[in-house]
Design a protein around this ligand. Structure first.
Ligand SMILES: [Zn+2]
Length: 345
Protein backbone atom coordinates (compact mmCIF):
# COMPACT_ATOMS: atom_id res chain seq x y z
CA UNK A 1 0.00 0.00 0.00
CA UNK A 2 1.14 3.49 -0.79
CA UNK A 3 0.12 6.61 1.07
CA UNK A 4 0.62 10.15 -0.14
CA UNK A 5 1.18 12.74 2.57
CA UNK A 6 1.01 16.43 1.90
CA UNK A 7 2.17 18.86 4.59
CA UNK A 8 -0.31 21.62 3.81
CA UNK A 9 1.05 24.76 2.26
CA UNK A 10 4.31 26.12 0.94
CA UNK A 11 7.02 26.90 3.49
CA UNK A 12 6.89 30.65 3.03
CA UNK A 13 5.60 33.36 0.71
CA UNK A 14 2.38 33.03 -1.29
CA UNK A 15 0.08 30.31 -0.03
CA UNK A 16 2.04 29.51 3.10
CA UNK A 17 -1.13 29.19 5.17
CA UNK A 18 -2.48 30.61 8.40
CA UNK A 19 -0.41 32.30 11.06
CA UNK A 20 -1.95 32.23 14.51
CA UNK A 21 -0.33 31.41 17.81
CA UNK A 22 1.75 28.97 15.78
CA UNK A 23 2.50 28.98 12.04
CA UNK A 24 0.43 26.57 9.99
CA UNK A 25 3.20 25.91 7.43
CA UNK A 26 5.63 24.98 10.19
CA UNK A 27 3.36 22.64 12.12
CA UNK A 28 1.83 20.91 9.10
CA UNK A 29 5.40 19.81 8.38
CA UNK A 30 6.08 18.73 11.97
CA UNK A 31 2.87 16.66 12.04
CA UNK A 32 3.22 15.39 8.47
CA UNK A 33 6.81 14.26 8.78
CA UNK A 34 6.13 12.59 12.15
CA UNK A 35 3.26 10.74 10.43
CA UNK A 36 5.46 9.75 7.49
CA UNK A 37 8.03 8.29 9.90
CA UNK A 38 5.39 6.21 11.65
CA UNK A 39 3.94 4.94 8.39
CA UNK A 40 7.35 3.98 7.03
CA UNK A 41 8.32 2.27 10.28
CA UNK A 42 5.14 0.21 9.97
CA UNK A 43 6.16 -0.88 6.47
CA UNK A 44 4.00 1.42 4.35
CA UNK A 45 5.33 3.13 1.26
CA UNK A 46 4.94 6.89 1.50
CA UNK A 47 4.97 9.47 -1.25
CA UNK A 48 5.79 12.91 0.09
CA UNK A 49 3.49 15.33 -1.76
CA UNK A 50 4.72 18.45 0.03
CA UNK A 51 5.60 21.54 -1.97
CA UNK A 52 7.98 23.98 -0.27
CA UNK A 53 7.95 26.76 -2.87
CA UNK A 54 5.54 27.95 -5.53
CA UNK A 55 4.95 31.24 -7.36
CA UNK A 56 1.23 31.22 -6.82
CA UNK A 57 -1.26 29.39 -4.62
CA UNK A 58 -2.74 27.68 -7.69
CA UNK A 59 0.70 26.59 -8.78
CA UNK A 60 1.27 25.02 -5.36
CA UNK A 61 -2.05 23.15 -5.48
CA UNK A 62 -1.51 21.80 -8.98
CA UNK A 63 2.00 20.64 -8.07
CA UNK A 64 0.65 18.81 -5.02
CA UNK A 65 -1.96 16.97 -7.10
CA UNK A 66 0.59 16.21 -9.78
CA UNK A 67 2.83 14.53 -7.17
CA UNK A 68 -0.16 12.66 -5.77
CA UNK A 69 -1.38 11.45 -9.17
CA UNK A 70 2.02 10.29 -10.35
CA UNK A 71 1.60 7.07 -8.37
CA UNK A 72 -1.24 4.70 -7.45
CA UNK A 73 -2.02 5.88 -3.93
CA UNK A 74 -4.32 4.10 -1.49
CA UNK A 75 -4.80 7.31 0.47
CA UNK A 76 -3.90 10.92 -0.09
CA UNK A 77 -3.70 12.79 3.21
CA UNK A 78 -3.28 16.54 3.40
CA UNK A 79 -2.45 18.08 6.79
CA UNK A 80 -3.64 21.58 7.70
CA UNK A 81 -4.29 23.84 10.65
CA UNK A 82 -7.42 25.97 10.71
CA UNK A 83 -7.98 29.62 11.60
CA UNK A 84 -11.13 31.72 12.02
CA UNK A 85 -12.06 35.39 11.90
CA UNK A 86 -12.58 35.98 15.61
CA UNK A 87 -10.12 33.28 16.66
CA UNK A 88 -13.08 31.51 18.29
CA UNK A 89 -13.31 28.45 16.01
CA UNK A 90 -11.92 25.32 17.63
CA UNK A 91 -11.66 21.58 17.11
CA UNK A 92 -10.72 19.04 14.45
CA UNK A 93 -12.41 18.51 11.11
CA UNK A 94 -11.72 16.22 8.17
CA UNK A 95 -12.74 16.86 4.58
CA UNK A 96 -13.43 14.10 2.06
CA UNK A 97 -14.95 14.04 -1.42
CA UNK A 98 -18.71 14.56 -1.01
CA UNK A 99 -18.22 14.20 2.74
CA UNK A 100 -17.84 10.43 2.45
CA UNK A 101 -17.73 8.95 5.92
CA UNK A 102 -14.75 6.62 5.44
CA UNK A 103 -14.25 4.71 8.70
CA UNK A 104 -10.60 5.80 8.90
CA UNK A 105 -11.50 9.45 8.29
CA UNK A 106 -14.14 9.29 11.05
CA UNK A 107 -11.57 7.61 13.28
CA UNK A 108 -9.15 10.52 12.80
CA UNK A 109 -11.80 12.83 14.27
CA UNK A 110 -12.60 10.35 17.05
CA UNK A 111 -8.94 9.95 18.01
CA UNK A 112 -8.43 13.71 18.04
CA UNK A 113 -11.51 14.01 20.25
CA UNK A 114 -9.90 11.53 22.66
CA UNK A 115 -6.93 13.89 22.87
CA UNK A 116 -9.31 16.64 23.98
CA UNK A 117 -10.16 18.50 20.75
CA UNK A 118 -13.75 19.26 19.81
CA UNK A 119 -14.93 16.86 17.07
CA UNK A 120 -16.32 18.87 14.14
CA UNK A 121 -16.73 15.70 12.08
CA UNK A 122 -16.13 14.57 8.50
CA UNK A 123 -17.39 17.16 6.03
CA UNK A 124 -17.71 17.62 2.30
CA UNK A 125 -14.46 18.82 0.76
CA UNK A 126 -15.58 18.54 -2.87
CA UNK A 127 -14.81 22.24 -3.28
CA UNK A 128 -11.19 21.77 -2.21
CA UNK A 129 -8.76 21.47 -5.10
CA UNK A 130 -6.57 18.72 -3.62
CA UNK A 131 -9.63 16.64 -2.72
CA UNK A 132 -11.31 17.10 -6.08
CA UNK A 133 -8.26 16.66 -8.31
CA UNK A 134 -6.49 13.73 -6.66
CA UNK A 135 -7.31 10.31 -8.13
CA UNK A 136 -6.86 8.49 -4.83
CA UNK A 137 -9.20 8.43 -1.86
CA UNK A 138 -8.39 11.70 -0.20
CA UNK A 139 -8.80 13.40 3.16
CA UNK A 140 -7.77 16.81 4.28
CA UNK A 141 -7.28 17.06 8.02
CA UNK A 142 -7.65 20.38 9.78
CA UNK A 143 -5.79 19.32 12.92
CA UNK A 144 -7.16 22.16 15.03
CA UNK A 145 -7.26 25.99 15.04
CA UNK A 146 -3.80 27.50 15.17
CA UNK A 147 -5.19 30.90 16.23
CA UNK A 148 -7.35 29.60 19.07
CA UNK A 149 -5.90 29.73 22.59
CA UNK A 150 -7.83 26.69 23.89
CA UNK A 151 -6.87 24.51 20.94
CA UNK A 152 -3.24 25.55 21.18
CA UNK A 153 -3.19 24.72 24.90
CA UNK A 154 -4.56 21.23 24.19
CA UNK A 155 -2.09 20.81 21.32
CA UNK A 156 0.87 21.61 23.55
CA UNK A 157 -0.41 19.69 26.54
CA UNK A 158 -1.00 16.38 24.73
CA UNK A 159 2.38 16.36 23.01
CA UNK A 160 1.92 18.50 19.89
CA UNK A 161 2.98 16.95 16.54
CA UNK A 162 3.89 13.56 18.06
CA UNK A 163 0.46 13.05 19.60
CA UNK A 164 -1.41 14.30 16.54
CA UNK A 165 0.65 12.16 14.15
CA UNK A 166 0.04 9.14 16.39
CA UNK A 167 -3.73 9.84 16.45
CA UNK A 168 -3.82 9.99 12.63
CA UNK A 169 -1.58 6.93 12.30
CA UNK A 170 -3.74 4.90 14.72
CA UNK A 171 -6.81 5.85 12.72
CA UNK A 172 -5.57 4.79 9.30
CA UNK A 173 -3.28 1.88 10.22
CA UNK A 174 -5.97 -0.80 10.76
CA UNK A 175 -7.72 0.08 7.49
CA UNK A 176 -5.04 1.21 5.08
CA UNK A 177 -1.81 -0.41 6.26
CA UNK A 178 -2.29 -3.51 8.40
CA UNK A 179 -4.23 -5.75 5.97
CA UNK A 180 -1.61 -5.38 3.28
CA UNK A 181 1.37 -5.79 5.63
CA UNK A 182 -0.18 -9.00 6.90
CA UNK A 183 -0.83 -10.21 3.41
CA UNK A 184 2.78 -9.56 2.38
CA UNK A 185 3.97 -11.43 5.49
CA UNK A 186 1.73 -14.39 4.67
CA UNK A 187 2.83 -14.42 1.03
CA UNK A 188 6.47 -14.47 2.12
CA UNK A 189 5.89 -17.31 4.54
CA UNK A 190 4.10 -19.40 1.95
CA UNK A 191 6.84 -18.69 -0.61
CA UNK A 192 9.51 -19.96 1.81
CA UNK A 193 7.30 -22.95 2.57
CA UNK A 194 6.84 -23.95 -1.11
CA UNK A 195 10.49 -23.52 -2.06
CA UNK A 196 11.71 -24.90 1.27
CA UNK A 197 9.75 -28.14 1.07
CA UNK A 198 10.98 -28.89 -2.44
CA UNK A 199 14.58 -27.94 -1.62
CA UNK A 200 14.56 -30.01 1.57
CA UNK A 201 13.12 -33.10 -0.11
CA UNK A 202 15.64 -32.84 -2.94
CA UNK A 203 18.52 -32.36 -0.49
CA UNK A 204 17.54 -35.57 1.32
CA UNK A 205 17.36 -37.44 -1.99
CA UNK A 206 20.21 -35.99 -4.05
CA UNK A 207 22.31 -33.78 -1.72
CA UNK A 208 23.11 -31.15 -4.31
CA UNK A 209 22.47 -27.64 -2.88
CA UNK A 210 21.81 -26.96 0.81
CA UNK A 211 18.11 -25.97 1.22
CA UNK A 212 18.73 -22.69 3.12
CA UNK A 213 20.88 -21.49 0.23
CA UNK A 214 18.35 -22.56 -2.41
CA UNK A 215 15.59 -20.65 -0.58
CA UNK A 216 17.78 -17.56 -0.16
CA UNK A 217 18.70 -17.63 -3.85
CA UNK A 218 15.04 -18.02 -4.82
CA UNK A 219 13.98 -15.08 -2.63
CA UNK A 220 16.77 -12.82 -3.83
CA UNK A 221 16.51 -13.64 -7.51
CA UNK A 222 12.72 -13.65 -7.80
CA UNK A 223 11.94 -10.96 -5.19
CA UNK A 224 9.83 -13.46 -3.19
CA UNK A 225 8.24 -14.83 -6.34
CA UNK A 226 7.09 -11.44 -7.63
CA UNK A 227 9.55 -10.92 -10.50
CA UNK A 228 8.50 -10.99 -14.13
CA UNK A 229 10.30 -14.33 -14.65
CA UNK A 230 8.69 -15.86 -11.55
CA UNK A 231 5.23 -14.77 -12.60
CA UNK A 232 5.36 -15.35 -16.34
CA UNK A 233 7.79 -18.27 -16.57
CA UNK A 234 7.62 -19.81 -13.04
CA UNK A 235 11.38 -19.25 -13.04
CA UNK A 236 12.76 -18.36 -9.61
CA UNK A 237 16.46 -18.33 -10.45
CA UNK A 238 16.85 -16.70 -13.82
CA UNK A 239 18.80 -19.50 -15.46
CA UNK A 240 19.56 -18.74 -19.08
CA UNK A 241 18.75 -21.24 -21.84
CA UNK A 242 22.25 -22.84 -21.94
CA UNK A 243 21.32 -26.02 -23.81
CA UNK A 244 17.88 -26.35 -22.19
CA UNK A 245 15.43 -28.23 -24.41
CA UNK A 246 12.22 -27.02 -22.72
CA UNK A 247 10.14 -23.89 -22.97
CA UNK A 248 11.88 -20.51 -22.80
CA UNK A 249 10.90 -16.96 -22.00
CA UNK A 250 12.49 -13.92 -23.62
CA UNK A 251 13.46 -10.88 -21.57
CA UNK A 252 16.36 -8.41 -21.30
CA UNK A 253 19.14 -9.43 -18.88
CA UNK A 254 20.94 -6.99 -16.57
CA UNK A 255 24.55 -7.91 -15.81
CA UNK A 256 27.13 -6.32 -13.53
CA UNK A 257 30.74 -5.67 -14.56
CA UNK A 258 33.66 -6.30 -12.20
CA UNK A 259 33.84 -2.54 -11.56
CA UNK A 260 30.25 -2.53 -10.28
CA UNK A 261 28.59 -0.87 -13.26
CA UNK A 262 25.63 -2.45 -15.05
CA UNK A 263 24.86 -3.29 -18.66
CA UNK A 264 21.87 -4.74 -20.51
CA UNK A 265 21.68 -7.76 -22.80
CA UNK A 266 18.45 -7.60 -24.82
CA UNK A 267 16.56 -10.65 -26.13
CA UNK A 268 18.01 -13.08 -23.61
CA UNK A 269 16.39 -16.52 -23.51
CA UNK A 270 15.51 -17.86 -20.04
CA UNK A 271 14.33 -21.30 -18.98
CA UNK A 272 10.58 -21.49 -18.30
CA UNK A 273 8.74 -24.02 -16.11
CA UNK A 274 5.24 -25.26 -15.28
CA UNK A 275 5.59 -24.44 -11.58
CA UNK A 276 8.03 -23.19 -8.92
CA UNK A 277 8.84 -26.72 -7.73
CA UNK A 278 10.16 -27.57 -11.19
CA UNK A 279 12.26 -24.44 -11.14
CA UNK A 280 13.85 -25.47 -7.82
CA UNK A 281 14.67 -28.97 -9.10
CA UNK A 282 16.11 -27.63 -12.35
CA UNK A 283 18.25 -25.19 -10.39
CA UNK A 284 19.75 -28.13 -8.50
CA UNK A 285 20.19 -30.10 -11.75
CA UNK A 286 21.96 -27.10 -13.22
CA UNK A 287 24.35 -26.80 -10.27
CA UNK A 288 25.00 -30.55 -10.34
CA UNK A 289 25.77 -30.77 -14.05
CA UNK A 290 26.97 -27.37 -15.29
CA UNK A 291 30.30 -27.67 -17.07
CA UNK A 292 32.07 -25.17 -19.29
CA UNK A 293 34.82 -27.49 -20.53
CA UNK A 294 32.86 -30.28 -22.14
CA UNK A 295 32.16 -32.18 -18.89
CA UNK A 296 35.81 -32.55 -17.90
CA UNK A 297 35.14 -30.57 -14.74
CA UNK A 298 31.98 -29.41 -12.99
CA UNK A 299 31.75 -25.68 -12.54
CA UNK A 300 30.02 -25.87 -9.14
CA UNK A 301 31.88 -28.92 -7.75
CA UNK A 302 32.60 -27.33 -4.31
CA UNK A 303 28.94 -26.34 -3.90
CA UNK A 304 27.59 -29.87 -4.41
CA UNK A 305 26.79 -31.62 -1.14
CA UNK A 306 28.43 -28.94 1.04
CA UNK A 307 26.41 -28.56 4.26
CA UNK A 308 27.89 -25.25 5.52
CA UNK A 309 25.72 -22.39 4.26
CA UNK A 310 28.46 -19.75 4.51
CA UNK A 311 30.79 -21.87 2.41
CA UNK A 312 28.09 -22.74 -0.13
CA UNK A 313 27.36 -19.05 -0.70
CA UNK A 314 31.05 -18.27 -0.99
CA UNK A 315 31.61 -21.12 -3.47
CA UNK A 316 28.63 -20.04 -5.59
CA UNK A 317 30.15 -16.59 -5.87
CA UNK A 318 33.67 -17.90 -6.56
CA UNK A 319 32.43 -20.32 -9.23
CA UNK A 320 30.80 -17.40 -10.99
CA UNK A 321 27.12 -18.12 -10.34
CA UNK A 322 26.20 -14.43 -10.23
CA UNK A 323 27.87 -11.34 -11.63
CA UNK A 324 26.65 -9.27 -8.68
CA UNK A 325 29.61 -8.39 -6.45
CA UNK A 326 27.91 -8.82 -3.05
CA UNK A 327 25.92 -11.93 -3.98
CA UNK A 328 27.28 -14.25 -1.27
CA UNK A 329 27.13 -11.65 1.51
CA UNK A 330 23.59 -10.79 0.60
CA UNK A 331 22.44 -14.44 0.63
CA UNK A 332 23.97 -14.95 4.06
CA UNK A 333 22.95 -11.75 5.83
CA UNK A 334 19.83 -10.52 4.06
CA UNK A 335 18.10 -13.88 3.82
CA UNK A 336 19.53 -17.02 5.46
CA UNK A 337 20.31 -15.46 8.83
CA UNK A 338 17.54 -12.88 8.81
CA UNK A 339 14.79 -15.41 8.08
CA UNK A 340 16.29 -18.40 9.88
CA UNK A 341 16.36 -20.46 6.72
CA UNK A 342 18.81 -23.01 8.19
CA UNK A 343 15.70 -24.62 9.73
CA UNK A 344 15.29 -26.32 6.39
CA UNK A 345 18.83 -27.77 6.33
ZN1 LIG B 1 -4.41 25.27 5.40
Amino acid sequence: MTIGVNCGHTKSGTGSGAVGIIKESEHTRLVGYALIKKLQAAGAKVVDCTIDRADTRQNCLSQITEYANREELDWFISIHFNASGEHKGHGTEVYTYKGRQYPDAAKVCANMEKLGFYNRGVKSGSGLYVIRKTKAKAMLIEVCFCDNREDMEIYKRVGAQEAVAQAIFNAIYPYAVKPEIEKVKEDKLSFVEIVGQTAQKDWKERRIVLPSVVIAQAIKESAWGTSELAKKANALFGIKKNGWQGRTYIKTATEQRADGSYYQVPVTEWRAYDNWQQSVLDHNDYIATRSTDGRKTLRYQPVIGCDQYVLVCKYLQECGYATSIDYADSLIHDYIEKYNLTEYD
